[in-house]
Design a protein around this ligand. Structure first.
Ligand code: ZN
Length: 66
């Protein structure tokens, strides 16, 4: 059987890498890059969720000031 090899560009570090079927981190070059990408995605949604709380807090502060 032929071993499948592909050239990929890691979405995180933009490095060109060659991965084999053994690489379970595809399309990332390594586990680290995969976790970084997942972390950015998670923090992004976390930020959106946090913004819902922020205006309330800001409004509360403004209200007591006025
Ligand atoms: Zn990478």
């Amino acid at each position: 059987m032929t071993i499948e090899k592909k050239d990929i560009t890691c979405p995180t570090c933009k490095k060109t890498n060659t991965w084999t079927a053994e690489n379970k981190f595809k399309p990332f070059c390594s586990e680290r890059c995969k976790l970084i990408d997942l972390g950015e995605w998670a923090s992004e949604s976390y930020k959106v969720a946090g913004e819902k709380t922020d205006p309330n807090v800001a409004q509360d502060n403004k209200d007591s000031e006025e």
